[in-house]
Design a protein around this ligand. Structure first.
Ligand SMILES: Cc1ncc(COP(=O)(O)O)c(C=O)c1O
Length: 404
């Protein structure tokens, strides 16, 4: 019998049409440029290990030892007990007094996926910031949930715009996401803002997802404020992880801390645990790094923050002295989100910048922005020399393409 040939194209589900991840999608343009023999300056991906940052050796030892000790099978679905205990300790240090549950995931990425999937029914919605870290909209699109984004206000240091949140609330809104410190803007929520978001959550029976993955990378003297510490009664999942604070994004370890009124979060937390069981477990040996990371020496953070402050200052100075560019100074994490005044889209700007100057940043439309405004995101992780080279290239590009 003649072999049957596959005649039809296998299409992807249509709900994926709006799934975009601009940060990595740009890689295709960069690949072309590299094939032409150029070196690309990557100011696009927030991976400190691409630059002069090193993982604290004692946590590498802990994982190595776990592997040698045979911790290579499946772990318990919520995470290994010593990690869960260490995360509870960390929650207490963050001032969270109403912890109801903690669980370990494959990066904060999986926490985001599980927490949204366990919450939102078709026809309901979740308030997400605009601009936002694009995974939130990607997960919502994957689930077939319509986006409901609220604005961050550039004129107010990128604080959530309360009036816009009020406008966007619907009877079917189940929760609100805050990212603090923020990616892509580097902003920090003020105490007053957290209190106001808490008040909205109380009034509208919302759960708050507070993404605090950068909470140890604060570039100011003010301490980080955890939402759940400010609003202990409000149902909240605080997202935290190893990727950024402990310089191991490739290990894929994150966690969720459930807090708030015990009765209010009980059923939802059971839902999260169903999903935790269904996906078996997070990476097992890597979980042995959590306790030594959270409870051991934090010396690396001094060096990391020293470098980041210097690179942030250099970035800010460049933004302030470059025509057509302005920027709200970042206060945490390692991102700046400058605004540019140009007569074309920021997506064209970014694509042409890679092609002509071999500098890779990410366009504002990949994160969201108010109509009529254009931005790009800079990752200021590279050393001062590399950043200076990149900024000279961007300034030249702006001058040559748009004039002063
Ligand atoms: C705000 C935010 N949340 C979550 C993540 C995902 O982190 P993880 O590596 O823990 O999956 C990132 C990664 O860049 C991020 O910036």
């Amino acid at each position: 019998m003649a072999p049957t040939t596959q005649a039809h194209e296998i299409t992807a589900a249509s709900r994926l049409e709006n799934v975009r991840y601009a940060i990595r999608d740009l890689a295709c343009v960069a690949d072309e440029v590299v094939k032409q023999g150029h070196k690309v300056l990557p100011l696009n991906v927030g991976d400190p290990l691409n630059f002069d940052f090193q993982t604290p050796p004692h946590i590498i030892e802990a994982v190595y030892k776990a592997m040698r000790d045979g911790k290579n099978g499946y772990a318990p679905s919520p995470g290994i007990p010593e990690a869960l205990e260490a995360i509870r300790g960390e929650a207490a240090r963050k001032g969270i007094t109403t912890v109801q549950d903690v669980f370990v995931t494959s990066g904060v990425s999986e926490t985001v996926d599980l927490c949204i999937s366990a919450l939102v029914n078709p026809g309901e919605d979740l308030l997400t910031p605009s601009p936002d870290y694009p995974l939130y909209s990607a997960v919502l699109c994957k689930l077939g949930i319509g986006l409901n984004a609220y604005d961050l206000n550039e004129e107010d240091g990128w604080q959530p715009e309360l009036a816009d949140i009020e406008r966007k609330l619907t009877p079917r809104t189940r929760g609100i996401v805050i990212i603090n410190p923020n990616n892509p803007t580097g902003s920090l929520c003020t105490r007053q803002m957290l209190e106001q978001v808490a008040e909205l959550a109380r009034r509208h029976n919302l759960i708050v997802f507070s993404d605090e993955i950068y909470d140890k990378l604060i570039l100011e003297d003010t301490p980080h404020l955890a939402f759940a510490a400010v609003a202990p009664d409000v149902p909240c999942i605080t997202f935290g992880g190893m990727s950024k604070n402990y310089l191991v994004p490739g290990w894929r370890i994150g966690w969720g801390i459930v807090s708030g009124d015990a009765a209010a979060v009980k059923t939802y937390t059971e839902g999260v645990h169903r999903l935790l069981r269904a996906r078996l477990c997070a990476n097992h040996p890597e979980q042995y790094s959590i306790k030594p990371a959270l409870e051991g020496p934090q010396d690396h953070l001094v060096e990391v923050k020293r470098k980041l402050r210097s690179r942030r200052d250099l970035t800010q100075k460049w933004c302030e002295s470059t025509p057509r560019v302005s920027c709200v100074a970042p206060r945490g994490a390692f991102y700046a989100y400058p605004r540019i005044e140009i007569p074309e889209s920021d997506e064209i700007f970014v694509n042409e910048l890679i092609r002509q100057k071999h500098v890779m940043v990410v366009h504002g439309s990949g994160f969201g922005q108010k109509p009529g405004t254009q931005h790009f995101r800079i990752v200021f992780l590279p050393d001062e020399q590399t950043l200076t080279k990149a900024y000279v290239g961007i300034a030249e590009f702006i001058r040559e393409r748009y004039g002063k």
